[in-house]
Design a protein around this ligand. Structure first.
Ligand code: FES
Ligand code: FES
Length: 162
């Protein structure tokens, strides 16, 4: 008897059907289907490199079994924006020098997006707490904090202008 299951989910707005063994993580299933913008780090929930939004909330995809995401809406860092039409977080990370090795940054941006979904005007401590599950071995985090604050401001101003 096969222990595989076909699941249907939305990834960055596209409906995907994936054949997944019951033990396959969402990280493995998505990377195996081409979504390599999701980074594979520790694979045990320590680094946050693998973060994606599931129904707009950031989770570690290495700790989530793919079959649990049947019918869910998944957003990766590429789903937030692209070079032609970047998300304010992506623009701020670039402009303020917060994007460094490209390994930790996707998860940082996804975690920040999850925070700003709930809290459009977070304090420094709230940003630090929201990103506390995202590790970078190289930086002091100051530029990342500045980039999230700046993006939050831009998003509030954009919202106020609508
Ligand atoms: S790879 Fe998922 S938390 Fe590190
Ligand atoms: S800049 Fe990404 S791990 Fe240090």
């Amino acid at each position: 008897m096969s222990n595989s299951k076909t699941i249907t989910l939305s990834v960055n707005g596209r409906i995907r059907s994936l054949d997944v063994p019951s033990h396959r993580t969402l990280l493995e299933a998505l990377r195996d289907s081409g979504h390599v913008d999701i980074k594979r780090g520790c694979e045990k929930g320590d680094c946050g490199a693998c973060a994606v939004l599931v129904d707009e909330v950031a989770i570690d995809s290495c700790l989530t079994l793919a079959w649990m995401c049947e019918g869910k809406e998944i957003t990766t860092v590429s789903g937030l924006g692209d070079v032609e039409n970047p998300h304010p977080l992506q623009t701020s990370f670039k402009q303020l020098g917060a994007a460094q090795c490209g390994f930790c940054t996707p998860g940082m941006v996804v975690a920040a997006r999850s925070l700003l979904n709930d809290n459009p005007d977070p304090s420094d401590d709230e940003i630090r707490y929201a990103l506390s599950g995202n590790l970078c071995r190289c930086t002091g985090y100051t530029k990342i904090l500045d980039a999230v604050k700046h993006a939050a401001l831009v998003m509030r101003e954009e919202g106020a202008g609508q």
